[in-house]
Design a protein around this ligand. Structure first.
Ligand SMILES: Nc1ncnc2c1ncn2[C@@H]1O[C@H](COP(=O)(O)OP(=O)(O)OP(=O)(O)O)[C@@H](O)[C@H]1O
Length: 305
């Protein structure tokens, strides 16, 4: 665990182009010591590209990237970083144990550490079975075990639950939470909101190569809004827009969602009734991360034209 407050990862204006494709477009992000940071975005948003840059696998086109106070790929940085980017490669005919022993030897890590990481990822009992007999979840957990061999301060995992069944996902989530509570800093990418909500402290949302938001998960979850069901809905929409501003009211299925404090419910109800609108429901709710995500990514699309 690090005692300095300096960020573990500091990225500014990061851009990566492949010919005409801009995979990552001016991304800023900051990962703080000890947090589990979720890098969330739909397929093709630029998550893997960014994580590959953070681990020094590829070079950025432009922008500044600092990992653990150094440059990605530098030996002293790699020594303190563990990563699993895309599916980890292991020898199918060797056991999990022997695969890790080979890696440990290569990385000059003590053999005893192999047992420790197998325990950590809950694979000790199947350690002597061939890799090819493992379930996808076990293969992924072995990938995490490999990433942990050097006892890294920073762990970078690209879509660690991708393709796993519900039980495999649950085990992986539990493992990530354990890593986080151990004082390690974890950066993971995911296209699953629920997952990020369950395991991360902070989330950076990326869409079409651009960072659309960076928030505390609690802060996002804690945002309140009013759900209003009324007839005619369009009239209710225009009344609320007038009072609250166009940005604060959205149509969502057959309801209106207003980003206001629940204290204003009675006042808004009065206004609607006075305008001859029948209000059948008016309640406050916490905004789901999914709504926030949807709103941010569609806004971004609109801005991008
Ligand atoms: N080596 C490459 N050559 C050309 N284009 C690439 C390359 N790698 C990624 N891209 C493109 O860059 C964009 C971002 O890809 P990236 O893999 O980073 O997204 P992602 O968010 O990780 O999505 P996924 O979850 O689908 O992997 C995509 O349009 C992708 O096709």
């Amino acid at each position: 665990m690090t005692t300095t407050a300096a960020p573990m990862v500091q990225v500014q204006g990061l851009t990566k182009r492949y010919g005409d494709t801009v995979a990552v477009d001016g991304v800023d992000l900051q990962v703080r010591p000890g947090e589990v940071y979720g890098f969330l975005g739909p397929n093709g948003a630029g998550k893997t590209t960014t994580l590959r840059i953070l681990t020094g696998l590829i070079a950025p086109t432009s922008g500044s990237v600092e990992v653990l106070g150094g440059s990605p790929g530098q030996a002293k940085v790699l020594a303190r970083t563990g990563s699993m980017i895309e599916s980890p490669a292991f020898y199918p005919y060797l056991s999990g144990l022997d695969n890790l022993r080979l890696l440990a030897e290569y990385a000059e890590v003590a053999r005893a550490r192999v047992r420790e990481v197998l325990e950590l990822v809950d694979l000790a009992e199947r350690a002597k079975d061939r890799f090819s007999t493992y379930s996808l979840g076990m293969k992924q957990r072995l990938g995490v075990a490999a990433a942990l061999l050097k006892d890294p301060e920073l762990v970078i995992l690209d879509e660690p639950t991708n393709g796993l069944d519900p039980a495999g996902m649950r085990d992986m989530r539990r493992l990530i939470r354990e890593l986080g509570s151990d004082g390690r800093t974890v950066v993971l990418s995911s296209h699953l909101l629920g997952e990020v909500q369950q395991v991360c402290d902070r989330v950076g949302i990326i869409n079409a190569g651009r960072m659309v938001a960076e928030h505390d998960v609690e802060e996002l979850r804690g945002q309140q809004e009013l759900v209003i069901r009324a007839k005619p809905l369009e009239s209710a929409h225009s009344v609320l827009r007038e009072v609250l501003g166009a940005d604060a009211v959205h149509l969502y299925d057959d309801t209106l969602r207003a980003k206001v404090s629940p204290d204003r419910a009675a006042e808004l109800n009065r206004l609607l009734v006075r305008a001859d609108i029948a209000v059948s429901e008016l309640r406050s709710t916490e905004r789901a991360l999914e709504d926030v995500f949807f709103e941010l990514t569609t806004e971004e699309k609109t801005h991008a034209g």
